[in-house]
Design a protein around this ligand. Structure first.
Ligand SMILES: [Zn+2]
Length: 160
C-alpha cells in the first residue's frame, strides 16, 4: 500500500507518450486485482466510491476511486482503503513528476510551470507550491532509498 508501486522513473519518450493510451483501463485492471485478498484470494466488497483528479502530461483526468474493504484473514490497521488514491498519492503520474523535477532542478519553479505549459497540452493548475511540494517529496523519497544503499554498503564492507 505505498507509492513505491509506481516508482519514479523517466521512461517517457515522444513515441511511448503517444501510446500511453488507455490509462482508465489500466487503473480499472489494477482495482480489480486489488479487490482480491493477496493472501486468501477472497473477493472483497466495496465500501464506497469517490473520484480523484490525476494530473498527467496531457491534462487532468478524473478517475473513479473505489474504497475496498480489507480482508479479515490478516490483522489489518484499517478496515478499508482506496487503491487508486494510494497508487497516485501525489495525484500526478510518474511521467509528469519526472518532468516537473527535472526542469525544476534547472529553472525556477515559475519558469518550470511556464515551460511545461508551453510544451504540453496541460490544461491544469500546476502552481509553484505544487511543484515545490513534489520536488521535496521526490527528494525525500530518493534520500530514503539512498539511506538504505549506504547502510548495505557499510554492512557489505566490514573490514573497511
Ligand atoms: Zn484474505
Amino acid at each position: 500500500m505505498s507509492c513505491s508501486l509506481f516508482a519514479l522513473k523517466c521512461s517517457a519518450t515522444p513515441q511511448n507518450l503517444l501510446t500511453l493510451g488507455p490509462i482508465y483501463q489500466q487503473v480499472e485492471d489494477y482495482v480489480e486485482e486489488q479487490r482480491h485478498c493477496q493472501h486468501c484470494h477472497m473477493f472483497l466488497p466495496l465500501k464506497g466510491h469517490h473520484q480523484i483528479g490525476l494530473r498527467t502530461l496531457f491534462g487532468k483526468l478524473t478517475l473513479e476511486s473505489p474504497r475496498v474493504y480489507t480482508c479479515s484473514c490478516q490483522p489489518q490497521q484499517k478496515r478499508s482503503w482506496s487503491p487508486v488514491a494510494t497508487l497516485f498519492c501525489e495525484r500526478s503520474t510518474p511521467e509528469l513528476l519526472c518532468q516537473e523535477v527535472r526542469w525544476a532542478s534547472l529553472l525556477s519553479y515559475g519558469l518550470t510551470i511556464k515551460l511545461l505549459g508551453d510544451l504540453l497540452p496541460m490544461d491544469h493548475q500546476l502552481s509553484t507550491s505544487t511543484v515545490s511540494r513534489h520536488v521535496h517529496q521526490i527528494a525525500e523519497r530518493l534520500e530514503g532509498e539512498l539511506g538504505d544503499e549506504q547502510s548495505s554498503f557499510i554492512e557489505g564492507c566490514p573490514g573497511q
